[in-house]
Ligand binder design. Structure first.
Ligand code: NDP
Length: 292
């Protein structure tokens, strides 16, 4: 293996420890406890697991957690009323609406009810708009892309002037990751399902962020020697050697890429743990913005 492994689990743990210390200092100084409200609508097991892990992280870091749950058939009015109530509550500093919402609900309208100061997911058009505009600073950066950039910076990868390729352009990962890289003065190319000759574009990348949700899609011979590879993908594949019969892989063929890249994140244990760590960091920031 030639690549340096970027240990997301360890770096995420460091972020969590820093947040826990800052929360402790706030509480000792008589300031309010940073509190995150999560809203789950329906019973998707993956969504339920995500909100549970976010609440658990809050508790572990000494932060407050309010978990709201509405049934699958909740009306638009019920969801909106609850989000408005949370938004008006001064003891709640961050609001996370777990996506996707059931199909009958208007996700955009629900998210638009979260004020920018409580948008700890960083998905509001106001935060994304500020991220996109030169000279403007978002209050919060979307957690997964923020985690990707944090991993690059902590690993000493030079972003300024680098050729960065982002594979995927979703609102929650690819697009904000590209905007963040641009704000840090990388030269950014965004690839998606209609991009022609992906391999040739990826071969130019000093930094690759892969976020498409396709198992081991990027092969090792697409990677520029010495490149930094951040693999956001989380995909399950069959593996008869495992007790569970399956295992997780990323969007990059790790075994091939690690022989070519300069740095690489594993899956699991790379970007995954960073997402919740950055959410905790954003919730602390929200409390600092809203209360002295
Ligand atoms: P989406 O499905 O929302 O977006 C996928 C993107 O990939 C789209 O922009 C799509 O292009 C592009 N794409 C799909 N197929 C191809 C292809 N064959 N070639 C080139 N581009 C393609 O996914 P997400 O952004 O939500 O998630 C991506 C991955 O990251 C998933 O595996 C997900 O599980 C993982 N993830 C991990 C997180 C973490 O914490 N580690 C957090 C969030 C996501 P187009 O726009 O043209 O359709």
């Amino acid at each position: 293996m030639t690549a340096q492994l970027i240990d997301g689990k360890r770096i995420a743990q460091q972020v969590r420890e820093e947040v826990a210390l800052a929360v402790g200092r706030r509480v000792s100084a008589g300031k309010c406890i940073p509190t995150l409200a999560t809203l789950l609508v329906g019973n998707r097991p993956d969504s339920a697991a995500y909100v549970a892990s976010k609440s658990k992280a809050c508790m572990e870091l000494g932060m407050g957690s309010v978990s709201e749950h509405l049934p699958e058939d909740a009306t638009q009015e019920q969801v909106e009323a609850l989000v408005k109530k949370l938004d008006a509550d001064p003891e709640i500093h961050g609001i996370l609406v777990q996506l996707p919402l059931p199909a009958h609900l208007d996700e955009e309208r629900v998210l638009s009810l979260i004020s920018i100061e409580k948008d700890v997911d960083g998905f509001s058009p106001l935060n994304i708009g500020r991220l996109a505009q030169k000279g403007r600073v978002p209050l919060f950066m979307p957690c997964t892309p923020y985690g990707c950039i944090y991993l690059l910076e902590k690993s000493g990868v030079k972003i300024e002037g680098a050729n960065a390729v982002v594979l995927g352009r979703s609102n929650i990962v690819g697009l904000p990751a590209a905007l963040l890289l641009l704000s840090k003065n990388a030269t950014v190319t965004v690839c998606h399902s209609r991009t022609k000759d992906l391999a040739a574009i990826i071969r130019q990348a000093d930094i690759l962020i892969a976020a498409i949700g396709k198992s081991e899609f990027v092969s090792g011979d697409w990677i520029k020697p010495g490149a930094a590879v951040i693999d956001v993908g989380i995909n399950t594949i069959a593996d008869p050697t495992k007790k569970s019969g399956k295992r997780l892989v990323g969007d990059v063929n790790f075994n091939e890429a690690k022989e070519v890249a300069g740095w690489i994140t594993p899956v699991p244990g790379g970007v995954g743990p960073m997402t919740i760590a950055m959410l905790m960091k954003n919730t602390l920031t929200a409390a600092e913005l809203q209360s002295s």
